[in-house]
Ligand binder design. Structure first.
Ligand code: AMP
Length: 436
């Protein structure tokens, strides 16, 4: 989640889910024009009465959805938090739990019956409305066991729909489906990411993240079968494709890791590849390299800037780099893990390296490269757990500051300030704690 490629992959998956919402909405409308049993199932009384064409039905569907969303935004956003608040003040836990469940189910069914929205989509909006309440955290907690039970029921029933023998009986359609999911979908993603001028390693990692399909595909396949648009065999293929593509995903990641390492090696070894994306090396000497200019790095950087200390910032966000340059701070745009970026900071001539990024795995790779380039450089890194402290120290960091420990220390100091009499004991205890 902290890396650029992670953000792209997660963003992409969210957009896929949103596109699926649109598909769930428009599918029934389109289906009514495909004939078959599905038509009777979905044909809209309004559409039949006015003899609407395909465009008319699509527009009608979109109007209904817009009405539903408007109603939810206007009424749901006010009414639901108010009801939850009122029920919470009765003090009855059972009533609160029942209310949350009743609201969710009512919105889901109401959406289906009144607006022709699918049950899954209605439930999705019910969740969004419940989130609006300040009591949403409690509502989520109260329904957690139910959520787990429903999730298990969902996946168990999906598993029971799957006939493993179908794969053996007809292997070729299955292989073709798997090929579309694992190779076709990934190849399309790879091309799009490369077109947006991201590095090949990022493109490969994102393709690997997309080389599988998940639960939304089951819902869409189910809808397809219900509307008579998809034969049952098609649903079996989608199920088999989903199950096997998820099982194959770790393998795909392993292949991508291997490919990435082969792709990145020539970059460090061959001078031609290095010059093709060579970044001019800084002229600074005996300077500090600051990796990451976020919540942590900006405080360090601002302090260095005030002291007029020679330093150079490396940031993955181009907005931040532009801001720094405007302030007259030397900044380099890019991922410091990449050899070409780190090389441009002149680690061999630097005095210290401050790694202020939250991702310890990436920080470890930076530590390793910097230590190899300059055995004498002082490396200070950031961590969030004892395991990360050990990892970074093991790779050659001199000092690793663990955020959580510093928060605790700050809290103890505040306590000491408020209760000066017991300050001595507390400070001793704090020291012992951090030593432990
Ligand atoms: P924060 O967690 O708020 O201190 O933010 C961390 C900052 O580090 C963000 O501004 C990220 O853009 C930046 N960052 C994270 N990973 C890297 C990396 N590998 N190279 C350069 N900058 C990074």
């Amino acid at each position: 989640m902290d890396t650029e490629r992670g953000k792209i992959a997660v963003g992409w998956l969210i957009v896929e889910d949103l596109a699926m919402v649109l598909a769930l909405v428009l599918f029934p409308a389109v289906a009514s024009f495909q004939g078959g049993d599905g038509a009777a199932l979905v044909s809209d009384p309004l559409a039949t009465r006015f003899g609407l064409g395909l465009t008319g039905v699509l527009v009608l569907t979109l109007i209904k959805i817009a009405l539903f969303i408007a109603l939810m935004l206007v009424v749901g956003r006010r009414l639901i938090p108010w009801v939850l608040h009122y029920i919470a003040h009765t003090g009855s836990r059972e009533l609160f739990r029942l209310t949350v469940l009743a609201i969710a189910l009512c919105i889901a069914f109401g959406a289906t019956k009144l607006f022709g929205v699918s049950l899954a989509l209605g439930a999705f909006f019910a969740g969004m409305m419940l989130r609006e309440s300040p009591l949403s955290q409690r509502a989520a907690q109260e329904t957690l066991p139910l959520r787990d039970a429903f999730a298990v029921l969902f996946f168990v029933s999906v598993g029971m729909l799957f006939d493993p023998l179908s794969v053996v009986r007809e292997p070729w359609p299955f292989v073709a489906t798997l090929f579309v999911i694992v190779v076709g979908k990934s190849l399309a993603a790879l091309l799009i990411v490369v077109l947006f001028r991201h590095p090949m390693a990022t493109a490969l990692m994102i393709s690997a993240s997309l080389a599988q399909i998940g639960e939304f595909s089951f819902i869409l396949a189910e809808l397809g079968v219900a509307l008579n648009l998809l034969p049952k065999a098609g649903r079996d293929l989608i199920l088999a494709g989903a199950i096997f593509s998820i099982m194959l995903n770790p393998l795909v990641f392993a292949v991508v890791d291997w490919l990435t390492s082969r792709l990145e090696k020539p970059e460090t070894a061959s001078p031609t590849a290095a010059t093709s994306e060579a970044i001019p090396v800084t002229e600074l000497q005996d300077h500090t390299i600051l990796v990451g200019y976020g919540r942590v790095g900006s405080i360090v950087g601002d302090a260095l800037h005030r002291r007029n200390a020679p330093f150079l910032a490396v940031e993955a966000s181009d907005d931040m780099v532009a801001k720094l340059k405007k302030r007259g701070i030397e900044a380099l745009m890019g991922n410091a893990v990449r050899a070409s970026v780190l090389r441009a900071t002149n680690p061999a001539g630097a005095r210290s390296l401050v790694i202020a990024i939250p991702e310890a795995f990436e920080a470890g790779q930076i530590v390793e490269q910097a230590r190899a380039a300059n055995p004498a450089i002082q490396i200070i890194a950031r961590a969030h757990s004892d395991a990360e402290v050990d990892h970074l120290t093991g790779l050659g960091a001199d000092i690793v500051i663990m955020g959580e420990r510093e928060i605790a220390r700050g809290m103890i100091e505040e306590l000491d300030r408020a209760q000066p009499t017991s300050a001595m004991q507390n400070t001793t205890a704090a020291r012992e704690d951090s030593a432990a």
